[in-house]
Design a protein around this ligand. Sequence first.
Ligand code: NAP
Length: 245
Amino acid sequence: MKLKPLVLITGASRGIGKATAIKFAQEGYPTIINSCSSKLELDNLKDYINNTFNAKCISITGDVSDYQFVEKMFSYAKINIGDVDILVNNAGISHIGLLSEMTYDEWHKIIETNLSSCFYCCKNAIPSMVKKQSGKIINISSVWGLHGASCEAAYSASKGGINSLTKSLGKELAPSNIQVNAIACGFIDTDMNKCFSEEERNTLADEIPAGRFADPKEVAELVFTIATGNNYLNAQVITLDGGWT
Ligand code: NAP
């Protein structure tokens, strides 16, 4: 029996990353799940997957904005489960506030967590994908990376960087049969948006033609479709926002 490709999902302790890990596991794919500070939640998810689905899961806790950690994560994965065939760069943080009031450290934290981490993971995933002449990289981006958001300039810049990285790297790796695509998410109902009051949520939902926020499972479905689908789809940023932007 042919083994299913191995999937690495960063930022999988909750939200979109967790839903994505469960989707791949449901479909029988072995997974490596990562997050930084929520070790208990991540290990609970690993146990849930291992006990529920016919697919192996290992968890690796650590900060994907730290290059040395990312190198160790890939070496650990290679020894314990194998080379990554499908990379989902999902880990991310947000920051709301005026750019002029943002500190130097806050700026770097956003850029390193959201954008540099993609470079670090891609750099470590690409060599074995090139050797196999096959691989998928899916970057979780945002509509703000396409359009920009007031009071989220650093976040928007980090996601705009991901979009450009996706388009460039997709072209660079196409001759090796590796596809790199991004999903520009609109409003997904996760902890990232728990800062909004009920009133703000209602106003936002009214602005979205679909009249609602997306469930993280809907992002997971699209990640899975891209990862297991057409090899000619490459270097694209696909918007998933209920018609919002
Ligand atoms: P979330 O519920 O806050 O989850 C974020 C995940 O990233 C958590 O598992 C978190 O785990 C992990 N993480 C954060 N910093 C990390 C680091 N340095 N190293 C490793 N893992 C880290 O948010 P979400 O909504 O699911 O967001 C997932 C992705 O979707 C992000 O890239 C976000 O920008 C993007 N997105 C979300 C929305 C939305 O409306 N929710 C819209 C557009 C794009 P720990 O806390 O344990 O580190």
